[in-house]
Ligand binder design. Structure first.
Ligand code: 5GP
Ligand code: ZN
Length: 114
C-alpha cells in the first residue's frame, strides 16, 4: 500500500505531529482537529478498515484502544472524558482507508453524533 497516505506518514515521507510511536503503532495529531485534542492512532501494518480485520488482529486493535486511553490520560483528559471513534466506509465518513482510531478530547461531545 505504498500510495496510502497514512503508510506514507508511517514512512516519514509526509510530516506529522507525532504523539506516540512504537514498533506496531503510530499516533499523530489530526491535520484538521475537531477538538483541542484530536489524534489518530494507527497500526503500522496497513489494514483498509474494520471490515478487513481478522481474529489475528485482535491484539493489535486492543493495543490501539489502550494506547488511545493512555494518550488521553497523559494529556489530562482521562477523568474529564474523551471520545474514541472508528469510521468505516462512506456513510460513516471514512476518507482515509488505513484503519485509524480518532481520539478526541477537551470539549463536550453530543450524543448521538451527527
Ligand atoms: P476519516 O474521515 O477517514 O475517519 O478520518 C481521516 C482523518 O485524517 C481526518 O480527520 C483528516 O483530517 C485526517 N487527515 C487527512 N489527511 C491528513 C494528513 O495529511 N495529516 C494528518 N495529520 N491528518 C490527516
Ligand atoms: Zn496504509
Amino acid at each position: 500500500m505504498s500510495d496510502c497516505l497514512f503508510c506514507r506518514i508511517i514512512r516519514k515521507e509526509i510530516p506529522a505531529s507525532i504523539v506516540y510511536e512504537d514498533d506496531r503503532l503510530l499516533a499523530f495529531n489530526d491535520i484538521n482537529p475537531q477538538a483541542p485534542l484530536h489524534a489518530l492512532v494507527i497500526p503500522k501494518r496497513h489494514i483498509d478498515s474494520l471490515n478487513a480485520l481478522t481474529a489475528e488482529d485482535d491484539g493489535l486493535v486492543g493495543e490501539m484502544i489502550r494506547r488511545a486511553a493512555a494518550i488521553a490520560r497523559d494529556k489530562g483528559f482521562g477523568d474529564r472524558g474523551f471520545r474514541s471513534v472508528f469510521n468505516t466506509n462512506a456513510e460513516a465518513g471514512q476518507t482515509v482507508f488505513h484503519i485509524h482510531l480518532h481520539l478526541l478530547a477537551g470539549r463536550g461531545f453530543t450524543w448521538p453524533p451527527g
